[in-house]
Design a binder for this molecule. Structure first.
Ligand SMILES: [Zn+2]
Ligand SMILES: [Zn+2]
Length: 262
């Protein structure tokens, strides 16, 4: 099992000690953990979370030496436009970055994590709006390894049933997956959208369509910001992908994929 999406104190929204994250990963039975700290530019091209990449890279090197699990250095870059993506890549230049997640957090109504995004919108409208905004942003680069949490707004959505379905935005999903597959970019099964161990997982229909269009691999990530969430429902995420017909779960080194049969 691989947790390819975790944040530590190098991200603005986490206080977690990476050593604790690694310890937890070992206890949870993971083979590998990839830190994916935030790099996100706002509309004024200012970093919303000023990543100390020097320190981060140095620390990862140190952690790699005596870790009970394989440790990788990744980034989660906020997709906006080609300009900001290039800038983010420049920041990473010269560092051994193993893996980049391209994510969309920001919308015209702010981060889709916060209440204003959902104001006056039914679930279907909110999710469609998010994916509609995400699509051109995904096209802004082909230089990331996976598109992160396609169901991101579900994370904090104020609806009783937060499940996202393919038919809520079938045309958008098709265009998105076609682009990603053509460019060798995968998608992520992100388990942070589930609040408890019991909550029913969604996404099977979405993953099935991804496979129909030619998608062969996913990465799995807990998006943990605290040690307790490392490895959260990763096993089930793999099972969901397998059920959908996804052939491989991918890990990365220096941004080259390794495919593990599901
Ligand atoms: Zn994210
Ligand atoms: Zn994240």
């Amino acid at each position: 099992m691989y947790d390819y999406h975790v944040h530590s104190e190098y991200s603005h929204d986490s206080l977690a000690d990476p050593r604790e994250m690694i310890k937890r990963a070992a206890r949870a039975g993971l083979q590998e953990i990839c830190f994916t700290e935030h790099v996100e530019y706002d509309e004024n091209m200012e970093l919303t979370s000023p990543l100390q990449i020097d320190e981060y890279a140095a620390n990862i090197r140190k952690l790699k030496e005596d870790s009970p699990v394989t440790v990788k250095m990744g980034l989660e870059i906020g997709l906006k436009d080609s300009n900001s993506f290039e800038r983010a890549l420049n920041l990473a230049k010269g560092y051994d970055v193993d893996f980049i997640i391209g994510s969309v957090h920001w919308t015209d109504e702010g981060d889709a994590y916060f209440p204003p995004f959902f104001e006056g919108r039914e679930k279907e409208q909110a999710y469609y709006r998010y994916l509609e905004l995400a699509l051109p942003r995904c096209f802004s680069s082909a230089d990331y390894q996976v598109f992160g949490h396609f169901d991101y707004p579900a994370k904090k959505a104020p609806y009783k049933d937060r499940a996202m379905y393919y038919n809520m935005a079938s045309g958008i999903f098709d265009r998105l997956f076609t682009y990603l597959i053509e460019h060798g970019i995968g998608i992520e099964v992100n388990t942070s959208v589930y609040r408890t161990m019991e909550e029913k997982m969604w996404g099977l229909d979405i993953l099935k369509r991804y496979v129909e269009l030619g998608g062969e691999f996913v990465t799995t990530g807990s998006d943990a910001h605290v040690p307790e969430r490392v490895g959260f429902r990763i096993k089930e995420a793999m099972e969901l992908a397998r059920q959908a017909g996804v052939r491989y779960v991918a890990t990365y080194e220096e941004r080259k994929p390794f495919f593990h049969k599901l």
